[in-house]
Design a protein around this ligand. Structure first.
Ligand code: UDP
Length: 327
């Protein structure tokens, strides 16, 4: 298929592009490089520097390239920033998505895979989280993503398009040879920060709160390898069927506390990682663990890599690219 990946120069997008090309698809990446890295884009894909929220430009590109499916990854993704800059999040993550969907409609593109998030659930009391749980996001990031899902539910009814929304839990990891990985500026995610502390590039890792109602008092999350996540997108393109919005969680189904992640990282890197307990970070739910039973049942997807593999691969990337893509 001819597939357009928006945000294909970003961390997760770059892995999806690579796996789509490996699966035999022809891929065109659209990215404005406000966050992404041109050097992360697979050389076998075509790269177009553009804003995916530009409806006319995107419709032209879809027609010109004969695009048959869109994987929409381009978005801002920092929960804390979404609280202080809500306008940017609603504009970039919701309004731009709406324009993109309308560009698809005008060019006759019928399949969409949408990058969604566990933040759509808010703070569920029970675990593991299934897709039937109430969606009660507690920040603009989660709300803007949920608004896109809600709009998609209406669009698939009104027009003969099909959409799959994938709700990610905590994505981490890299290619095992360390050639493709995670490079955010600023970096806010636990695993890259733990590894930066392990490498001595940071003094210590701050543990954001140790008084949560969890076994060791630190937050519990479900970490999924970026390669497993990308594999689900390849399957989701085939699963997009006219008239339906399908929603799936993507996680490993195992919860690890912040302290457990640091301990596992110490095992992988073979040294002690300095830590310091810091205040809770605003907006962090105590526990988020996915049930991915639905996507296993319906698309035959299962995660194949656990926390150790995630850490080992992220460490390989970190050691070979201490300054990330350096672009
Ligand atoms: N965390 C932490 N120290 C850090 C960064 C993150 O203790 O320097 C915690 C954070 O509070 C959360 C977990 O690690 O409980 C995962 O955070 P991350 O930002 O990686 O992902 P999120 O769960 O926010 O999507």
């Amino acid at each position: 298929m001819n597939i357009c990946v928006t945000g294909g120069a970003g961390y997760i997008g770059s892995f999806i592009v690579r796996q789509l090309v490996d699966a035999g698809h022809r891929v065109v990446v659209v990215d404005n490089l406000c966050k992404g890295h041109a050097s992360a884009v697979d050389a076998r894909a075509q790269f177009v520097l553009a804003d995916c929220g530009d409806r006319t430009a995107m419709a032209d590109l879809f027609r010109r390239q004969g695009v048959q499916a869109v994987v929409h990854m381009a978005a801002f993704s920092l929960v804390g920033e979404s609280v202080t800059e809500p306008g940017n999040y609603y504009r970039n993550n919701f309004v731009a998505s709406l324009s993109l969907i309308e560009a698809m409609l005008s060019a006759g593109v019928k399949r969409l895979v949408f990058s969604s998030t566990a933040a759509t659930y808010g703070e569920p009391a029970d675990q593991p989280i299934t897709e039937e749980f109430a969606t009660e996001p507690i920040n603009p990031y989660g709300r803007a993503k949920l608004m896109v899902e809600q709009a998609l539910a209406d669009f698939v009814q009104a027009f003969e398009i099909g959409a799959v929304s994938l709700r990610y839990f905590n994505v981490a990891g890299a290619l095992p040879d360390g050639s493709l990985g995670e490079d955010h500026d600023p970096e806010t995610h636990l695993i890259p920060l733990v590894l930066a502390a392990a490498a001595g590039r940071r003094d210590r890792i701050s543990i954001f709160g140790d008084d949560y109602p969890t076994p060791d008092g630190t937050c519990v999350r479900d970490y999924i390898h970026v390669l497993d996540l990308a594999d689900a997108h390849v399957r989701a393109i085939d699963a997009a069927q006219p008239g339906a919005l399908k929603v799936y969680n993507l996680g490993n189904g195992d919860g690890f506390s912040v302290r457990q992640v640091i301990e596992a990282a110490q095992g992988v890197v073979g040294r002690t990682i300095p830590t310091a307990v810091a205040p809770r970070r605003a907006g962090d739910p105590p526990v988020l663990v996915a049930s991915s039973a639905k996507i296993a049942r319906e698309l035959g997807w299962e995660p194949r890599r656990g926390l150790e593999q995630i850490l080992a691969d992220a460490w390989a990337w970190h050691r070979s690219h201490p300054d990330g893509y350096a672009d």
